[in-house]
Design a protein. Structure first.
Length: 52
């Protein structure tokens, strides 16, 4: 039996910059409380995943 190891090309694993909004671009009063709460849930889940 022959085992072949394939490695991904550099282009396939190249990190890409994600467009993000700057905090100063969005005034805090304009952000809906529901959206703020959802963001907090996502951050909590990400922290749990990172430390488990």
């Amino acid at each position: 039996m022959t085992a072949n190891i394939f490695s991904p090309s550099a282009a396939a694993v190249k990190p890409r910059r994600h467009p993000r909004f700057r905090r100063e671009d969005i005034p805090a009063p304009e952000i809906a409380p529901v959206l703020k709460a959802f963001g907090q849930v996502l951050r909590t889940l990400e922290l749990k995943r990172a430390f488990n």
